[in-house]
Write a protein that binds this ligand. Structure first.
Ligand SMILES: Cc1ncc(COP(=O)(O)O)c(C=O)c1O
Length: 387
């Protein structure tokens, strides 16, 4: 029996391999502190879970949720974009998603033919890199560098590459670097993609996990952005609902329609109780996000302080769930990851899994209680001091 070449070529997902290693260490009695995946530990507002439970108790909600989602969910997405970003959407400009990851992968099926080119950041969320492989397309990287605040320099992309590209991915607040974007930067991105007729995919799952007063813009706030841009958004991080799988893609109606068409052949829509939950999350009271973000902020500052005390380079993220810092001299990312896991029982992510520019960097997820983070930082310092 032979699986398809694409299944054979796809390397195992780092987090899947890591889970096995952690399970083996735990079986030996190790108490591992998990600061690797970006799965929020803080709960959503109880009101949102009440909406989910209430809906799950309704016997009319067990059937298929419908490809387009309920009229209430569609309206909630329109209202959310209006209230949060001042962006007007009409009904042809949105598609509900079962979390944004499937939308990102399916967008490649909807937009790229075999051999087509996608431009992706280095470093980046790995799905932008693996999805082109699933459809026989290519990807080419452009640099995100600390000296540019983790924003790309579009003028550094060779003209021939830009002409060949069919899609481009951006993601702010950024995973893994913590970089944030301004509306002026998004305007530059829209101009670039308009010039070369590229579908601009902006991935914004961290739009409301922000600090120090940063208010993350939507790319659709750029006038005329919808001519070339589609934005992916998610309830996973903003509303701490990662396991309940809900998200949306909004913007360019041609891209939205293509994505929705592919999805009708791939899935059967969001479960109705999750749709009802999403309505409550998107248009209900948003004030609980403020104290929630203050907890992440406290964690962020705790980690930054330890990292800087250890003499390691880092930047202060104004958004997202991550600290991105340089490995100590003498270690590759993977070596330092292994050292921390095996000796300190602290699991952080090696930067090289986000691209070549991630080599020499590590990512800490701020998704463990503050007291555990303190223990993790102390163990990390100990490993560094002992070598
Ligand atoms: C940049 C980015 N995009 C998309 C996702 C996927 O989120 P979800 O599928 O839970 O909506 C993640 C998750 O870590 C992410 O970091």
């Amino acid at each position: 029996m032979q699986p398809a070449k694409r299944a054979q070529d796809l390397p195992p997902l780092f987090f899947a391999t890591l889970a096995k290693r952690i399970a083996a260490l735990q079986a030996e009695g190790a108490k591992i502190i998990r600061l690797d995946a970006g799965s929020p530990d803080l709960p959503p507002d109880t009101r949102i879970i009440e909406a989910l439970k209430h809906s799950a108790d309704d016997p009319t909600k067990h059937n298929y949720g419908g490809y387009a989602g309920s009229p209430q969910l569609r309206q909630a997405i329109i209202d959310y974009y209006g209230q949060r970003f001042g962006v007007e959407l009409d009904d042809s400009e949105l598609v509900p998603l079962i979390g944004s990851k499937e939308g990102i992968a399916n967008m490649h099926l909807a937009w790229l033919d075999p051999g087509d080119l996608s431009l992706i950041p280095d470093p980046c969320y790995p799905t932008y890199y693996f999805s082109p492989m699933l459809v026989g397309a290519q990807s080419e990287r452009f640099d995100l560098l600390p000296e540019r605040g983790w924003l790309p320099d579009f003028s550094a992309i060779p003209t021939e590459t830009a002409k060949a590209a069919r899609m481009m991915w951006l993601n702010y607040p950024n995973n893994p670097t913590g970089g944030t974007a301004t509306l002026d930067f998004f305007a530059e991105a829209v101009d670039f993609c308009r010039q070369y007729d590229i579908l601009l995919c902006h991935d914004a799952p961290y739009a409301d996990v922000t600090y120090d007063g940063h208010r993350a813009p939507s790319i659709l706030q750029v006038p005329e952005a919808k001519e070339v841009a589609i934005e992916f958004n998610s309830l996973s991080k903003t509303y701490s609902l990662a396991g309940w799988r809900a998200g949306m893609a909004v913007g360019n109606p041609i891209a939205v329609k293509a994505l929705a068409t592919i999805k009708t052949q791939v899935d059967s829509g969001l479960p109705k109780p999750i749709q009802d939950m999403a309505v409550d999350a998107l248009v209900g009271d948003q004030s609980w996000l403020v104290p929630r973000n203050e907890i992440y902020l406290e964690r962020r500052d705790l980690c930054l302080e330890t990292i800087r005390t250890m003499g390691l380079e880092t930047t202060t993220p104004k958004g997202g769930l991550y600290i991105w810092f340089q490995t100590p001299p003498g270690f590759t990312s993977m070596e330092f990851h292994t050292q921390l896991l095996e000796k300190a029982h602290v699991s952080v992510t090696p930067g090289d899994m986000y691209g070549d520019n991630g080599e020499g960097w590590m990512r800490i997820s701020l998704v463990a209680p503050t007291d555990q983070l303190k223990v993790a930082m102390a163990r990390m310092e100990e490993v560094m001091n002992k070598g």
